[in-house]
Design a protein around this ligand. Structure first.
Ligand code: KIV
Length: 292
């Protein structure tokens, strides 16, 4: 029998921060215990309980429908698996937009559910929120570029920072967030030149999604990476498996086996002893025929 694998050491916020310019960070989303176990066993550095749960798990067209309670529910399921990867939970839309008190309370709800850090979207407009959360000793990840919680303001899910002013604004926001104290920064859907400029400008790791290779790490959504959905994926998604097709095939084979009487087999059935079968036969004679 082989010895059980040694659990790998848990990744901490300072350890992630120290990976700036070093071995690229791997972040993958997870929303429940099975996906968290798979992500952690793959050796990923960070698990993101993203508000993408709204779209890839709950069937909403955007991320705006989920609440802090929803994110806490999914974060708790992930945290119960006690992963070695650092668990970061998304603060959903409207959980950090009203005032400092609500912001801190919502961030704390995610920490109590098991998150070790929270992520929020936006730049200079969100510095107060970032500072308030940091004051409560909760580490923060920033998120710039395509910020899906601003889908209506942006006019859809579009690549950001394509014009000079927009690119400069992203870089300025990144520097401001780093100065405020975020320990990492997600860059979503920006040209690779913008991601490179930001990565060079900030002392914290950048983690890209649709931001090219010049980032300090990469993040993908679990369902996209595994092909758990057949929906058209953006061009930055690389599918490493086709689990939706595998699942449909397996489920259809189960249906065919049931209809053809091939399932369950004798090996998949609990059998009684002959003595018990005889006794039951006698009993059913009495029940069915009334002993006649
Ligand atoms: O919610 C999410 O999955 C995210 C990633 C796209 C970075 O924020």
């Amino acid at each position: 029998m082989s010895a059980a694998a040694e659990p790998r050491p848990s990744l901490t916020v300072p350890a992630v921060r120290a990976r700036k310019g070093g071995e690229p960070l791997v972040m993958i989303t997870a929303y429940d215990a099975p996906s968290a176990r798979a992500v952690d066993e793959s050796g990923a550095d960070l698990i993101l309980v993203g508000d993408s749960v709204a779209m890839v798990v709950l069937g909403y067209p955007d991320t705006l429908q989920v609440t802090t309670a929803d994110l806490a529910h999914h974060t708790a399921a992930v945290a119960r698996t006690r992963p070695s990867a650092l668990v970061v939970a998304d603060l959903p839309w409207m959980s950090y937009h009203v005032n400092r008190e609500e912001t801190v309370r919502n961030a704390a709800e995610l920490v109590r559910a098991g998150a070790q850090a929270v992520k929020l979207e936006g730049g200079s407009k969100r510095l107060d929120a970032v500072r308030a959360i940091l004051d409560a000793e909760i580490p923060v990840v920033g998120h710039l570029g395509l910020t899906p919680q601003s889908v209506h303001a942006m006019g859809g899910f579009r690549v950001q920072g394509k014009e000079l002013d927009a690119a400069r604004e992203i870089a300025d926001d990144a520097v401001a967030l780093a100065e405020a104290g975020v320990f990492a920064l997600v860059l979503e859907c920006v040209p690779d030149g913008v991601a490179r400029m930001v990565t060079d400008a900030v002392p914290v790791p950048t983690i890209g999604i649709g931001a090219g290779r010049h980032c300090d790490g990469q993040v993908l959504v679990y369902h996209d990476l595994l092909g758990l959905e057949e929906r058209r994926a953006p061009k930055f998604v690389r599918r490493y498996a086709s689990l939706h097709a595998d699942a449909v095939d397996a489920l259809a084979r189960f249906g065919a086996d049931v209809r053809a009487g091939r399932f369950p087999s004798s090996a998949e059935t609990y059998h009684m002893t002959d003595r018990m079968a005889e006794a039951l036969d006698l009993y059913s004679d009495v029940v069915v025929t009334g002993g006649r």
